[in-house]
Ligand binder design. Structure first.
Ligand code: ADP
Ligand code: MG
Length: 428
């Protein structure tokens, strides 16, 4: 199967060739014909397997050449970083056409974006908030929009963008083609799809939520945060070499303190990226990581979706994501575009349960590794011990409603029957 077999026109075949793609990936083989024929499509395929080109190529081919001032298609993505990346891909694929493609996202003043729209635009790549903002100020004409793409739809729902997504669908014409792409498809996305798509063709190239086989998945239990950091230091010292590594933390504060600790030990720069960072700082961090100027990036889940830096050889989870789907997306930052990658998840004793849920979702246990003998182990400080004990209690209580717990608060005695059905609560 070649791109020619997928009936792409010459301009796009040239662009695909320039991009160095030899043959289409499985999701591209299945999605491109369905999208070319105008169907609504739900596309589910593993991280890093070319979903972006799967929707962009047929979309650009529909748009064909520059026409009208008003945009005719819309791609919505959860973060600025992802919107910018899709924008760059779209420019690449459209380089043999005169199509005008604009990225619309928040965090910077809207002036330049408004001017570009006024100059004429065929395709908009946006984050939901800024799109609505420009629309409500009368800067955006939506009446010609005939194609809507929701990339990483479940992430947009998690980020609370549901109202904006509903608004978008109200202000664009009803008669249009819809596409929804993700690597995972939790139930709530099913509901979103019911709302947004009409008799969609569901294209799944692999069972839902299987991480790509090119990622080696490891796990290591360490007693506490401080020891985890010591381990990451050890890893960087002994294994980083010229590689690029993405470290995921659960919260902004954790990302900051982790980076600060690590920075003390190394003379190259360790950068962070999270939602409290300014627009420029986030874009620069991504660009520098992409170019290799920064080789270690510490991030919260803002970078877990869609971001494509194929040179990322390693992902370390400094803590275990509580939502198992998030794990699949995080580790999907490595092993992209048919390369190999390693994902290592560090868990403390309380995180064992979240890890079990991940193993259940991905369908196999992660490979257990041992801590190096030279690793210094630290005592767990009291507050962290309490946090761990509390989490363990709450996990055990979910499994056994009658469990009293080593750490239960005495006052709650009367409420022990309350959680009878909560065994499944944390699954979604
Ligand atoms: P996804 O959205 O599925 O996570 P992306 O669309 O970001 O994945 O693609 C991942 C990487 O694979 C990108 O670097 C992209 O350029 C590359 N890629 C996509 N399609 C092909 C192909 N047919 N051949 C080679 N590389 C490809
Ligand atoms: Mg993607």
């Amino acid at each position: 199967m070649t791109f020619t077999d997928l009936k792409l026109t010459r301009q796009f075949l040239n662009a695909v060739e320039d991009a160095g793609y030899d043959k289409p990936s499985p999701i591209q083989i299945k999605a491109i014909p369905a999208l070319r024929s105008g169907q609504d499509v739900i596309g589910i395929a593993q991280t890093g397997t070319g979903k972006t080109a799967a929707f962009l190529l047929p979309l650009l081919q529909h748009l064909k050449y520059a026409q009208h001032t008003e945009p005719r298609a819309l791609v919505v993505a959860p973060t600025k970083e992802l919107a910018l990346q899709i924008h760059a891909e779209a420019l690449k694929f459209a380089s043999y056409t005169d199509l005008r493609i604009q990225a619309i996202y928040g965090g910077i003043g809207p002036k330049v974006q408004i001017e570009r729209l006024q100059a004429g635009c065929d395709l908009i790549i946006c984050t939901p908030g800024r799109f609505i903002e420009l629309y409500s100020h009368g800067h955006l004409a939506t009446k010609r929009i005939k194609h809507l793409v929701l990339d990483e739809a479940d992430r947009m729902m998690d980020m609370g963008f549901m109202p904006q997504l509903r608004q978008i669908q109200e202000i664009i014409p009803n008669k249009r083609q819809n596409m929804l792409f993700s690597a995972t498809f939790p139930n709530r996305v099913e509901r979103l799809a019911d709302e947004f798509l009409l008799w969609p063709t569901r294209i799944e190239v692999t069972p839902e939520s299987t991480p790509v086989a090119t990622v080696r998945q490891l796990k290591l239990e360490l007693p506490n945060q401080r020891t985890k950091i010591a381990f990451i230091e050890w890893w960087i010292t002994h294994h980083l070499g010229e590689k690029r590594m993405l470290i995921f933390a659960r919260k902004k504060e954790e990302a900051e303190s982790l980076a600060k600790y690590l920075q003390r030990s190394f003379d190259f720069e360790i950068r962070t990226i999270h939602s409290n960072k300014g627009q420029n700082s986030r874009i620069n961090a991504m660009e520098d990581f992409r170019s290799g100027a920064v080789r270690v990036l510490v991030s919260t889940d803002v970078a877990s979706r869609g971001i494509d830096v194929p040179e990322t050889e390693m992902v370390i989870n400094a803590s275990v994501p509580r939502d198992p789907h998030e794990y699949v997306h995080r580790i999907g930052r490595t092993g992209r575009a048919f390369r190999n990658g390693t994902a290592l998840t560090l868990n403390d004793p309380a995180e064992r349960y979240a890890l079990e849920r991940i193993e259940e979702l991905v369908g196999e246990p992660l490979e257990l590794i041992e801590a190096p003998e030279s690793l210094e182990t630290f005592d767990t400080p009291k507050f962290e011990r309490q946090l761990q004990a509390r989490e363990i209690d709450s996990e055990l209580r979910k499994r056994d409603p009658n469990y009293q717990g080593a750490f239960h608060e005495k006052k709650k005695k009367g409420s022990k029957g309350k959680s009878t059905k909560s065994g499944r609560k944390s699954r979604n």
